[in-house]
Design a protein around this ligand. Structure first.
Ligand SMILES: [Mg+2]
Length: 238
């Protein structure tokens, strides 16, 4: 039973959810950084796809002399302010979080299939990830523990930590190749490879084309999640 099990490690932004407009997350992230660190640094100029939230903060503030240690020390405050600003932006309608078309249907299909279980592997800080999944109406599919962007400055650390938690939770010893990362950026592919997991790239993000993703040599590449049968056939080979 355990050997046939596959754990799908889902990326969030660009894969299962997206902001209605590109880059609106900076509208609430900038004031949050100003509140916690007194500056948003070069956040406005960053291309942040595939980065963890801690990494985004580090890159944005590097030029201001704010180090990784400073950021670690203020991590709890960062989490709290980040979630507050995000909730405010969503409540006022300034930021609209939408599910990616087909995502719900795919999550439902894998949920009903005994070979699969789903978990989150996202660069979002954990409370923000749960909030987004809730807003998008997808929370029911994520009962397993996952890995999140407030635990590392490097996405490549996340699959191992998700796997450790999931193995503990299930009382199992699943092998790296039983995990399948699903994401929309070259960083998703890189983090899967770093751990030894399989990876499906989906060209649903706004930054990376199918061609960009193909260059990272994922195990499979899908244009989107609209064709549930195609997604299931692709998963069945991994
Ligand atoms: Mg993404």
């Amino acid at each position: 039973m355990n050997q046939s099990l596959r754990i799908l490690l889902w990326d969030l932004d660009g894969t299962l959810v997206r902001g209605k407009r590109l880059g609106t997350f900076k509208d609430y992230t900038a004031p949050m950084l100003e509140l916690v660190f007194g500056t948003a640094g070069c956040l406005r100029d960053l291309v942040v796809s595939g980065m963890t939230d801690l990494q985004i903060v580090e890159e944005a503030l590097r030029g201001e002399g704010i180090t990784r240690e400073h950021i670690y020390l203020r991590r709890d405050e960062l989490r709290r302010c980040y979630l507050e600003e995000m909730k405010r932006a969503v409540t006022t309608g300034a930021h609209v979080i939408e599910p990616i078309p087909g995502g719900r249907e795919v999550l439902q299909a894998v949920h009903e299939h005994p070979r699969y279980a789903s978990a989150l592997l996202t660069g979002n800080i954990e409370p923000a990830a749960h909030f987004k999944v809730e807003v998008a109406g997808l929370a029911e599919f994520f009962t397993l523990p996952g890995a999140f962007g407030d635990e590392s400055f490097d996405r490549r650390d996340l699959p191992a930590s998700a796997a450790r938690r999931i193995n503990e939770y299930l009382g199992a010893e699943l092998k790296p190749e039983q995990f399948i990362v699903i994401g929309d950026t070259p960083s998703d592919i890189a983090c899967a490879r770093h751990f030894g997991a399989r990876v499906i790239a989906v060209a649903t993000g706004r930054i990376h084309s199918a061609e960009d993703l193909r260059a990272g040599e994922p195990d499979a590449l899908l244009p989107d999640l609209l064709d549930v049968d195609l997604v299931m056939e692709t998963l069945a080979k991994l």
